[in-house]
Design a protein around this ligand. Structure first.
Ligand code: 13P
Ligand code: SF4
Length: 302
């Protein structure tokens, strides 16, 4: 593995490339990553970088967002088939049909969506800024796609807005059931439960803290508690264990894994860097429209 890491790091320098890795990636990807984080953090880095090449170790919509934000850079996705099952639940036609039922309401999308979907929306959010960014709209009622659970969680946090949600969801997070939280709490009574807002509302309601990947990491950093039950993807558990060896972390149940996130290997990263393959392209017209809703989000989350 060391040889592979050295080769990647050497090529990275030669080609002025930057490697961004989402926290759900296999943990060894961090060995070559310049930035590791959640969707918001990585899109901010993608918007600001002066590298010539961005290798996005993540899933398709993340690389696509990076390309929209940095159209002059070459954006490479190590595994071109790594999609997001939630983002795939809504396409342009289904979005138009959803919008047509309430054409005058502001249309907000989760960043886990395609460029086509973003091109029709007024505003974009990630899980870490959704409450703040939706609040900035000062609206009484909005449409939200595609994650019904994130939308309903934001509605509950704000308390003064109605959010009509599209029935999309994350199959990985929906595997976590209230019974799993109950069982984990029985087994580890001193542990705090930290959950991602893509979880079912019944699960989020039972958690001590609900937040994005970075939110969960930051919560652990600040907490005096010594043990935590983690109700999100396994990559977060792996990184917390690595970064806080004096604390204890329990996955809420086995196998909470996003199969697409786990497709990337160090070999794939080397391959795209060497051959500059798997380049992401976004149609200019779509990108021009989509960038507005992403820029609004970045502005509102400063
Ligand atoms: P974050 O916004 O926490 O990075 O989440 C992205 C994601 O795809 C979660 O499933
Ligand atoms: Fe998409 Fe869920 Fe995977 Fe996140 S964990 S990338 S929402 S399928």
């Amino acid at each position: 593995m060391r040889e592979l890491v050295e080769k990647i790091n050497k090529l990275k320098k030669e080609k002025n490339a930057v490697i961004l890795a989402h926290c759900y990636q296999p943990v060894e990807v961090d060995l070559v990553a310049d930035y590791v984080g959640d969707s918001l953090h990585l899109s901010q880095v993608a918007a600001d970088t002066d590298a010539d090449i961005i290798v996005f170790a993540g899933v398709y919509f993340m690389a696509q967002t990076a390309k929209i934000l940095s159209p002059d850079k070459k954006v490479l996705l190590p595994q071109i088939k790594a999609g997001c099952r939630m983002a795939d639940m809504i396409d342009y036609e289904r979005l138009l049909e959803f919008k047509s039922q309430n054409p005058d309401l502001p249309l907000v999308c989760y960043v886990n969506s395609t460029a086509e979907v973003k091109s029709v929306c007024d505003l974009c959010v990630t899980s870490s800024n959704a409450v703040r960014v939706v609040k900035s709209l000062n609206a009484e009622k909005i449409l939200f796609v595609p994650d019904t659970y994130l939308g309903k969680w934001v509605e509950k946090q704000l308390g003064n807005i109605e959010i009509i949600t599209y029935p999309g969801f994350c199959p990985t997070h929906l595997q976590i059931r209230p019974k799993d939280i109950e069982n984990a709490r029985k087994e580890h009574p001193k542990a705090l439960v930290l959950a991602h807002p893509e979880c079912h509302m019944a699960v989020s309601d039972m958690a001590d803290y609900v937040g994005s990947t970075t939110g969960i990491m930051n919560y652990v950093a600040k907490s005096d508690n010594k043990s935590f039950i983690i109700a999100t993807e396994q990559g977060v558990v792996d990184r917390l264990k690595r970064d806080y060896p004096d604390k204890e972390f329990y996955p809420v149940k086995d196998n909470i894994v996003c199969p697409n996130m786990k497709m990337t290997s160090l070999e794939d990263i080397l391959n795209v860097l060497e051959n500059e393959t798997n380049e992401i392209h976004v149609d200019d017209e779509i990108a021009k429209k989509a960038v507005t809703c992403i820029d609004r989000m970045l502005e509102a989350s400063k």
